[in-house]
Ligand binder design. Structure first.
Ligand code: SF4
Length: 335
């Protein structure tokens, strides 16, 4: 189901624009659809009122919590979709939420469990937004990052539709909507056309084009320098810094050459570098650098004038934590 289909259905049932907005706002806030107050001037048409219970049940079925997994840096939710498939959302600190945009992912980053099985299916825009409605039934959500399972650029129509709704009826400030991509030209072409202007996170992971092609095998072959220039143009257009994502993997991209490369690429740029030490998991043959090495890299970049944050795993599409719950569950299903 996509958001346009929901709007069309409401209109077919006689909803005026004010009714449509009110119902969408109620859904996105995790409230009952027919929450009052009802006055003569804002009463729903009879057909619409009669259809609300069924519609509400359908919207609630778009995303349900299958299981919750609290962690130090957030609570992972294994979310069941209407067809029984599962994706992951993460309740992040400071009212943040990380949502999934696809079931699986075609990019196949070598450090990510989600990419292991390729793309299974796209999420509809309503399924993306339903993750926010679901989280808001538990707590406040004031920031949404599109960094869960999937590459948002590969489902761009649905992601753009979700962003437009969350930035309007969903009452999330535009700079608190963070679209993450491995670097796809379609994103840079689409962003300026959008009414809601999201912030951008770019998955960089290395400053070397050849290594990037190995680590992100089916990402567009864009040179890291060109990617940074495209990001910089968006940062200047919006006034929000670009968040660069970098999964730190021992012996792969944690060397002095990469530190020099980052300093060179990001010098003077409106950017934040998010370093996320790789999360060692079964089935992936990479290792996490020790905490001292990770901290030393962050300090070294700071000294070179690059604003760097050393982050833990939750909510990053690149931590190899993404997809683990689903992978674990699928494994159990076959035992
Ligand atoms: Fe896809 Fe992101 Fe995983 Fe790469 S890190 S395979 S883009 S979900």
């Amino acid at each position: 189901m996509n958001i346009d289909a929901i709007r069309l259905r409401l209109r077919t049932l006689g909803a005026r624009p004010s009714h449509e907005g009110r119902l969408l706002r109620a859904w996105l806030q995790g409230r009952a659809l027919d929450a009052g107050p009802h006055t003569d001037s804002n009463r729903f048409p009879k057909a619409l009122q009669a259809a609300l219970p069924a519609l509400e049940a359908e919207l609630n079925a778009l995303a349900r919590v299958r299981s919750e997994h609290p962690g130090e840096d957030g609570t992972r939710l294994l979310v069941e979709l209407a067809d029984g498939q599962t994706v992951e959302s993460v309740l992040l600190p400071r009212d943040g939420l990380c949502v999934s945009t696809q079931l699986g992912c075609a990019v196949g980053c070598v450090f990510c469990m989600t990419g292991k099985d390729g793309l299974l299916r796209q999420l509809g825009s309503a399924e993306i937004v339903a993750q926010v409605a679901l989280a808001r039934r538990q707590r406040r959500v004031h920031k949404v990052v599109f960094m869960g399972m999937g590459e948002p650029a590969h489902n761009l129509d649905a992601v753009a539709e979700a962003i437009e709704l969350l930035g309007t009826e969903g009452a999330i400030p535009h700079k608190n909507l963070v679209l993450s991509t491995v670097g796809d030209m379609r994103v840079f072409e689409r962003l300026p056309q959008m009414q809601v202007k999201p912030a951008l996170a770019l998955s960089l992971h290395t400053t070397k084009a050849a290594l990037r092609a190995q680590l992100l095998p089916r990402a567009p072959r864009i040179d890291p320098g060109e990617l940074v220039e495209l990001g910089e143009a968006w940062a200047r257009a919006t006034g929000y810094p670009i968040q660069y994502q970098w999964t730190l993997i021992e012996g792969v991209n944690d060397g002095e050459d990469e530190i020099e490369g980052i300093a060179r690429l990001l010098a003077g740029k409106y950017a934040v570098m998010n370093m996320i030490p790789f999360n060692t998991v079964d089935g992936l043959a990479y290792r996490r650098p020790d905490a001292e090495r990770a901290a030393a890299i962050a300090r070294s970049l700071h000294r070179r004038g690059i604003l760097t944050k050393l982050r833990q795993s939750a909510g990053q599409d690149v931590d190899a934590g993404c997809g683990q719950l689903r992978a674990r569950e699928s494994k159990l299903a076959f035992v």
